[in-house]
Ligand binder design. Structure first.
Ligand code: ATP
Ligand code: MG
Length: 268
């Protein structure tokens, strides 16, 4: 009652949640097939294959230099690959022909160092791409931006500049910035490793709540508690290969390869 049939319940422009599906619904978001990548003579990725379905959270672990960041950058088409295929939503992407800017709009990227613009407020950072890339009107961008900031618990800091925010708050703004673009997939590259220990929890909590609402996420992190609580699967990389793929608890308690065993021993 009160709501006519066909009337949207949420007002237009506030549809950030539309890509957050219930965890029961599964469709393929990303498929990486036989991906290989060299930098000069250094083979950084070797025949990487895996699939991520909607609503899944996949954690990637591995030693420094094992290729984790490069893999995320290839998935976002920031690095060209030498061999292999990347499929997004069931479509094989040819980077020479596809509209990469449009594809990247569907993939949020959160970096270790938040990469906020110091001369823009939190809201200014969150709305910039909405204005410039998506060409959304100022009012609508601000509405979407405020909703994204609310989702990371920072609506009250909308007019603060990055230097007025803690590292954890800055990273939450960076998450809101990615979220505001309404991505189908979010990539996180060690989002808490630059933070003081007491600030890590607030960022992990925000990520956990996104996961709980069904956001599809690939997270490079060594936060084992987060991985076990939140991730459906963990991929362990060694020298450019995925050498183990398992439920996080399984990987941590019962690693099958010597490489994973010694790595997990080192982060415990
Ligand atoms: N642009 C580049 N040019 C040349 N070599 C690169 C480049 N980017 C990365 N590499 C090399 O590729 C390898 C993999 O790097 P990558 O950053 O993907 O590792 P990582 O697993 O993310 O490591 P970390 O845990 O330290 O972040 C490293 O040996 C690195 O030195
Ligand atoms: Mg890295």
């Amino acid at each position: 009652m009160g709501v006519e049939a066909g009337t949207p319940v949420t007002p237009p422009g506030t549809d950030i949640e539309q890509n957050m599906e219930g965890r029961g619904v599964r469709r393929e978001i990303l498929s990486v097939r036989g991906l290989s990548k060299r930098f000069g003579t250094l083979q950084v990725l070797r025949d990487i294959s895996f699939t991520v379905n909607s609503g899944e959270v996949v954690v990637i672990l591995g030693r420094s230099g094992s290729g984790k960041s490069t893999l995320l950058r290839c998935i976002n088409f920031l690095e060209p690959v030498d061999a292999g295929e990347i499929w997004i939503a069931g479509e094989k992407i040819d980077p020479r022909r596809s509209n990469l800017q449009r594809l990247r709009q569907g993939i949020g990227f959160v970096f270790q160092h938040f990469n906020l613009f110091p001369h823009l407020t939190a809201l200014g950072n969150v709305t910039l791409a909405l204005r410039v890339v998506k060409r959304i009107s100022k009012d609508e961008a601000q509405e979407i931006g405020m909703k994204a900031l609310s989702q990371v618990g920072l609506a009250a800091k909308a007019s603060s500049y990055p230097e007025e925010l803690s590292g954890g708050q800055q990273q939450r703004v960076a998450i809101a910035r990615a979220l505001a673009m309404n991505p189908d997939l979010m990539l996180f590259d060690e989002p808490t490793s630059a933070l003081d220990p007491e600030l890590i929890g607030e960022v992990l909590n925000v990520m956990e709540s996104l996961a709980g609402r069904g956001m599809t996420m690939i997270v490079v992190t060594h936060e084992m508690g987060f991985a076990q609580r939140v991730a459906d699967r963990a991929l362990f990389m060694h020298e450019g290969r995925i050498v183990e793929e398992a439920a996080p608890a399984e990987l941590f308690s019962n690693p099958r390869t010597e490489e994973a065993r010694s790595f997990i021993g080192s982060i415990l």
